[in-house]
Design a binder for this molecule. Structure first.
Ligand code: GRF
Length: 295
């Protein structure tokens, strides 16, 4: 069974807080009876999610102090936003976002596809849909191809890009880009951060690490991007149950299915200005149905 649970409102400790060698409760409020509590034991490889008799809580209704809304770059009336998507592989998340733009679930357009692998599936899909493809960074073997960080920033600005979405892009995002698009770069990771992330933890390796840890839940995380791998503020997560005899490939397939839904939902929330920043700097999503509810 897969159910949606979004944890972002509950991670109010600093990302680099010392979690080692002690059990740390990270819930900032007392969860209602039978709902959900999270704990970290010993170190990130023993990430534990404890669920009460009711399997999941969907959203949390409380009154966070909101200090700012996400700066989506626009100063005028709402308009279709411009997206740049970064990929290194097949680009199934990119396709879902592109489809969301076409079917109206996302009020935006993918205006650029950026890749470090010019012949990857995502780049092929972009070309066949008339989306310009940029190569970044410069390939070592073909330095005549590809952009430098400052050239990339210039092109993104020239195209009027509002938001950058990383979807399976394997290179580190340069400081110039993070600085040029503050709080406007998102990444999707196929596990529940802050566990199972960081340099070298990508693709099937992530799912192997989850299975080896004995974690009972996995699922995608969407987070803002900083200068490190997978350490930016978590914006949304979705839980996927780990089955006792799962293979990494089977788990990856179920997580990817959730990724597709979650990324489109998060991008839609951005355009609808439902990303709110809690006083302590944690980004929350305001429920569309019930504006008093945040998750
Ligand atoms: C996804 O699992 C994503 O979480 C990770 O890379 C994978 C990309 O898959 N960052 P796709 O190219 O979107 O199919």
């Amino acid at each position: 069974m897969e159910s949606r649970v979004l944890f972002s409102s509950q991670f109010n400790f600093p990302v680099n807080s010392p979690l080692k060698n002690r059990e740390t409760s990270i819930a900032p409020f007392t969860p209602p009876r039978n709902v959900l509590s999270l704990s970290f034991r010993s170190s990130v490889d023993r990430f534990a999610v404890r669920i009460g008799p009711r399997p999941f809580v969907k959203a949390v209704s409380f009154a966070p102090k909101i200090v700012a809304e996400v700066d989506d770059g626009s100063r005028d009336e709402p308009r279709r936003k411009k997206l740049a998507v970064f990929v290194s592989g097949g680009g199934s998340n990119f396709r879902k976002i592109h489809e969301g733009c076409s079917d109206g679930s996302v009020n935006g357009d993918v205006v650029l596809l950026v890749t470090n692998k010019k012949d990857c599936g995502g780049a092929e899909y972009a070309r066949s849909n008339g989306i310009p493809v940029l190569v970044f960074p410069k390939a070592k073997r073909e330095p005549s191809h590809g952009l430098s960080p400052s050239e990339l920033v210039d092109v993104l600005r020239k195209y009027g890009v509002d938001f950058v979405l990383l979807a399976g892009y394997l290179k580190l995002i340069p400081f110039e880009l993070v600085q040029a698009f503050p709080k406007r770069i998102l990444n999707i990771h196929p596990a529940l951060l802050p566990a199972f992330g960081g340099k070298g933890l990508y693709g099937i390796r992530v799912h192997k690490a989850v299975l080896e840890s004995g974690a009972r839940y996995s699922g995608p995380s969407i987070h803002f991007v900083d200068e490190e791998y997978d350490t930016g503020q978590i914006l949304a997560q979705s839980a996927v149950r780990v089955i006792a005899n799962d293979t990494p490939e089977e788990l990856a397939k179920r997580v990817l299915h959730e990724e597709h839904k979650l990324y489109v939902e998060v991008v839609a929330a951005i355009w609808e200005e439902r990303i709110k920043w809690r006083e302590d700097g944690v980004p929350l999503i305001q429920s569309k149905e019930n504006p008093d509810e945040y998750y």
